[in-house]
Each structure stands twice: as structure tokens, then as C-alpha cells.
Design a protein around this ligand. Structure first.
Ligand code: PMP
Ligand code: GLN
Length: 381
């Protein structure tokens, strides 16, 4: 293995799901729903298989999906996207992130990102031979520290890798925060790659603001999303990126030699999903918000300090009040202690001290599963 990938062993998500399987614990570690999404989405993929659409789709994605992605951005964000030139369908958001970083960074270029960060960011930046520069978001409110964000930028900054709504904190960046980031990107002539896979999973009336909608930002922004989160089809791995034609073409150039194309029938399913009425999208968010309330309510009743996330399907609890001093150790013991799996937040951080006793729990599960998990965790207190 090449030196720059040393230290990236096994992903925490695979390890924690294996731990849950091995111990029979309730898996609130890796984020994936335990119920299917809209039946019409599933049926559309099955129909495509039945109709014989089982060979390579076009490398940039099925025309009907690219059109649906463009129409979705128009409907929800008032953005005008050309489905021919400004959309690339990828194998999940993960491939979109990798293609963007590999297509746009020369070795030695710097990428500014917040920590805790989604794990693939660090690995793809390393794969590109680029350098990660981070600014810490601190528990419990995860506000931007403007001074450290400014300090992360330099004359070598090539990309800002943003994620809103943010995994693992559940933070939804405000317009004012996005303006600050946009201003720094413009000042340093950087491109913003923004991972918005949880765009439809926001709560309590919080509105997701895409970076690409800020004045003057479309031309320097690549927006990434995924059908997996919106339609509870994480196993389908259909994602996409949108943005100005030159940046999208750069990513498409890389993508054709990584996977060439993503699974055709699954693309047909997601294309159908993106055209469903607004209430389908709000309904999915409302269900998730209910899950959040069950889990965070249970943890709070157990005396834990826990966030009330405005987006995603993750909440963060501080397990220091349970006497834990290191969440990594704590999470490995948790199945034995009470039959639950969570993820230690420090694995998403360079500054381990910023998250030493924090654990991320996923609430994209059925109400009875969350109630059971909360009861088990409460018994620890
Ligand atoms: N970005 C973030 C922030 C995520 O949470 C995830 C999924 N956990 C991904 C990207 C990857 O999405 P996909 O499964 O579509 O590759
Ligand atoms: N996005 C999911 C999470 O954060 C996991 C994705 C993965 O397993 N790579 O839990």
C-alpha cells in the first residue's frame, strides 16, 4: 500500500457494523435506515430491470436522471442547471467526493475542511497527495471559530470541502456562516466542493441553504448529493454532482476511469424519486425528526448531555457523565455493557481532544428500535 494511505486501515463504519453483527447489539453506528423508502422508488428500479435496461448507462448518467436532478434543483432551490453539461451521476456521493478532489487537486494543494469530518474526506485528500487543513467545530453547538477558519486558508488553498447538513454533528450551516466561508473562498480563489447529501433531512423548520445559491458562488461550487439518504436506499449507491460545466467535465474525466458508470436500474429508481411530490420529502424528514426525538429524549432522561441536531440522522452524546474518559474504548465495550453500538467522534478528528468523550448515535431506525436502545443506554447511568 502506498505510504500516503497508511493509517487508513479499516473504516470505522465497517468495523462498528461488524461489531454489531458479532454481538447482536442494536446498531446505531453506521448510518443506514432499517426501513425501505418510498415504494414507488423501489418499483421504478424493478421496472427498469424488467424492461431490459440492464446494460451500461451513459457515463455521465441516464438522461432521465440528469434531467430529474436538474429539475429538483430548480424546484427546491431555484437553480437553473443544464442536464447535459452541468450534471454528473456517480456511484454514491462517495465517488463524487473522490472524483472532485482527484480532478481538482495537484499534489501539495491544500483542502480546507471542518472537523469532525466525514471519513472519506481525509482519505481522498491523501490519495490526491493534497494536504488537509481543518477548523474545529466544538461540542455542543459546533459553531464556526472564525479565527481558526481564517488560519486554515493560505495561498495554497485549492478547495474548501464543506458538508451541510453536517455529519457527524447534525449541524446545518446558516446563511451567515456560508457567507463567511464563501468570502474566504473568493478571497483565496478556491473552489467549494459541498457535500449536501442530507439536504432533505432537516428538522424544526430549519432550512438547508445550498452554497451554490449564494450570490456569485455557482461558478466556483460543485454540489454533491445522493439518493441513498433522501430515499433510504443507501445500498443503491446513486449519487451526483452539479456545477459549472468546466468543473463537472473535470470530474467526469476522472470518473470514467474509476467506475465509468453507476448501476442503471438504480438510477431509474432515483430519477423517479426526485420527481415525487414535496410532501414525500417533508414526510421523510418528519419521520426522521420523530426518531431524533425518541433517541435524544431517552439519552437526556438518562442524564447524558446530548445535541438536538437540526439535520442528518445523527446525534452526539457526551459519555463523560457515565465515567468514560475515551469514547473509542467506550464504544468497543458498549455492546457488552448494554447491547448498543455507536461511533466515537474522535475518529473523525485530527484534534482528538476536541471529541475525546463524544459518541455519535444514528437515529434512522424504527421507533421501537430507538426506544429499546435509549432504554439500554439509560440503564448505564
Ligand atoms: N457524505 C456524507 C456526509 C455522508 O454521511 C455519506 C454517507 N454516510 C456520504 C457522503 C456517502 O454517501 P453515498 O453512500 O451516497 O456514497
Ligand atoms: N454515511 C454513513 C455514516 O456516516 C456510512 C457510510 C459508509 O459506511 N461508508 O455512518
Amino acid at each position: 500500500l502506498i505510504a500516503r494511505m497508511h493509517g487508513f486501515g479499516a473504516t470505522i463504519f465497517g468495523e462498528m457494523s461488524a461489531l454489531a453483527t458479532r454481538t447482536g447489539a442494536v446498531n446505531l453506528g453506521q448510518g443506514f435506515p432499517d426501513t425501505d423508502g418510498p415504494a414507488a422508488v423501489l418499483a421504478a428500479a424493478q421496472d427498469a430491470i424488467g424492461a431490459g435496461h440492464n446494460q451500461y448507462p451513459p457515463a455521465r448518467g441516464l438522461p432521465q436522471l440528469r434531467e430529474a436532478i436538474a429539475a429538483h434543483q430548480g424546484r427546491f432551490y431555484d437553480l437553473t442547471i443544464d442536464p447535459q453539461e452541468q450534471v454528473l451521476v456517480t456511484v454514491g456521493a462517495t465517488e463524487a467526493i473522490a472524483c472532485a478532489v482527484l480532478a481538482l487537486c495537484e499534489p501539495g494543494d491544500e483542502v480546507v475542511t471542518f472537523e469532525p469530518y466525514y471519513d472519506s474526506y481525509a482519505a481522498t485528500i491523501a490519495l490526491a497527495g493534497a494536504v488537509r487543513r481543518t477548523s474545529v467545530l466544538r461540542f455542543p453547538d459546533f459553531a464556526i471559530d472564525e479565527e481558526s477558519l481564517r488560519a486554515a486558508f493560505s495561498d495554497k488553498t485549492r478547495l474548501v470541502l464543506l458538508n451541510t447538513p453536517h455529519n457527524p454533528t447534525g449541524k446545518v450551516f446558516t446563511s451567515a456562516e456560508l457567507e463567511l466561508i464563501a468570502g474566504l473562498a473568493r478571497e483565496h480563489d478556491a473552489i467549494v466542493v459541498t457535500d449536501e447529501v442530507y439536504e432533505h433531512l432537516t428538522f424544526d423548520g430549519t432550512r438547508h441553504v445550498p452554497m451554490a445559491t449564494l450570490p456569485g458562488m455557482f461558478d466556483r461550487t460543485l454540489t454533491i448529493s445522493s439518493g441513498g439518504k433522501t430515499f433510504a436506499t443507501t445500498g443503491w449507491k446513486v449519487g451526483w454532482l452539479t456545477g459549472p460545466a468546466d468543473l463537472v467535465t473535470a470530474c467526469a474525466t476522472v470518473k470514467q476511469f474509476v467506475t465509468y458508470a453507476a448501476g442503471g436500474p438504480f438510477q431509474a429508481g432515483i430519477a423517479h424519486g426526485l420527481g415525487l411530490p414535496d410532501d414525500v420529502f417533508t414526510g421523510l424528514a418528519a419521520t426522521m425528526q420523530h426518531g431524533r426525538d425518541i433517541l435524544t429524549g431517552g439519552l437526556r432522561d438518562a442524564g447524558l448531555s446530548v445535541t438536538s441536531p437540526q439535520g442528518t440522522y445523527f446525534a452526539i452524546a457526551d459519555v463523560a457523565s457515565l465515567g468514560a474518559t475515551d469514547a473509542v474504548e467506550f464504544c468497543w465495550q458498549l455492546p457488552e455493557l448494554c447491547g448498543v453500538v455507536g461511533v466515537p467522534v474522535s475518529v473523525f478528528c485530527d484534534d482528538k481532544d476536541a471529541a475525546r468523550t463524544l459518541v455519535r448515535f444514528a437515529f434512522c431506525k424504527r421507533p421501537e428500535v430507538l426506544t429499546e436502545a435509549a432504554t439500554r443506554l439509560a440503564a448505564l447511568g
